[in-house]
Design a binder for this molecule. Sequence first.
Ligand code: GLN
Length: 489
Amino acid sequence: MEASSPLPSLRGVRDLLDSGEGTSVGIVNEALERADALDEALGAFTGMRAEGALEDAAAADARRAAGRTLSPLDGVPVAIKDNMVMEGEPTSCASRILEGFVSPYTSTVVERLRSRGAVIVGRTNLDEFAMGSSTEHSCFRPTSNPWDLDRAPGGSSGGSAVAVASRIVPAALGSDTGGSIRQPASHCGVVGMKPTYGRVSRWGLVAFASSLDQIGVFTRDAGDAALLLEAIAGHDPADSTSLREPVPRFSEELTGDISDLVIGLPREYFLDEGVDPGVLAAVRDGVSVLERAGAKVREVSLPHTRFAVATYYLIATAEASSNLARYDGVRYGRRAASATDLSQMYFLSRSEGFGEEVKRRIMLGTYVLSAGYYDAYYRKAQQVRALVLDDFQKAFDECDVIATPTCPETAFRLGEKTGDPLSMYLGDIYTVSANLAGIPGISVPCGMAGGLPAGLQLLGGPLQEATLLRAADVFQRLTSHHTAVPTAI
Ligand code: GLN
């Protein structure tokens, strides 16, 4: 299928630009051509920004010629998940309800990327409003996994994972509410990192579940993830939950040394049942690489793990039902044409505008918040959330980094789980706890199981992104899993 050339990594592109071997216009053109050649098969993008991107690239080339390069990202093409707004550009959230919506303002992450010279080339496909684990719940089309086009890439940031795995762009942004960066990264064989809650501003990220949502990065390796994360992280007065903490130069903390680290393996995540044995073997091999590099390994316990999925789906749906109340056909997006009075306009606009999974979440969330059920479900879930956080605090007294599988299995077939939401939800078992606790996590390719990529997840205490990136970088210096090129494109 390949009719275009794969793009290098982020630092690869930077090196081409620095040495004068490439220009930003040339590289952005290659990204656009590659998207053109591959995206009919992949469905990774909801829209390209060709003209604006080429203008930005020309400006980057002019800066460079004048010796005024803004950052290592200057002139580098980046894709954003289509739930982050940019002034004058459409934002769809892969929902019919946002049909025709053009944003009047720009998200902080896009603002920061552009102020460092990064070139936004397009918007990537997702599950509607980021609700899902497969990118099949998109109003446009499902995204295909570049390792096997009949399989899902994971989700909800499936388009961003596929755009990076397919070498269309070296880097992309995603959002992670319960695993939506780490899980598709695992299924597509790339690096995906969700930072600490509040590390990156959510201003201009369309809200799904505000106490869990966090923006993060997709790249091919930890070194690139460090560069991208340091560009977007940091306090933002426009987001009251963003942390007032200094942002380390993550890229300068990749020392190659992890002999000071203790890696904890949570007993509850390594039970032989419910996990693909091939995935488990790849993850165990991954842990032994870290051990050979000098880290100490010990067992820890996260006893409330078995309640995590239920807790997550109570809190996430409750917040979603509240956040999505704003789509009423009045201010943005779709308004039902046939309505004859106000309540019918709300009813029809929402009925026509939202897809099946979003409606399911709104109903679940409204139910758990309703009088008589609030205490039994929502309040109980908040109590369990505190216990999950407590589990992590205790575990991090005994170790620096927790290593787990990112997902219990490799990429599943398109259509395999859409009729069985519960089995789709259960696949989030290893990722949701980090969101409930607000801690950072990264997924790193750790080998293949049955011809498909598997991911090793590393979790850290609050604000420990630098430690996670350092461990992931050591892992990638000693392994080559991340260099494997998807076989179906
Ligand atoms: N798969 C999870 C869900 O469906 C997580 C989604 C996300 O992180 N946006 O809610």
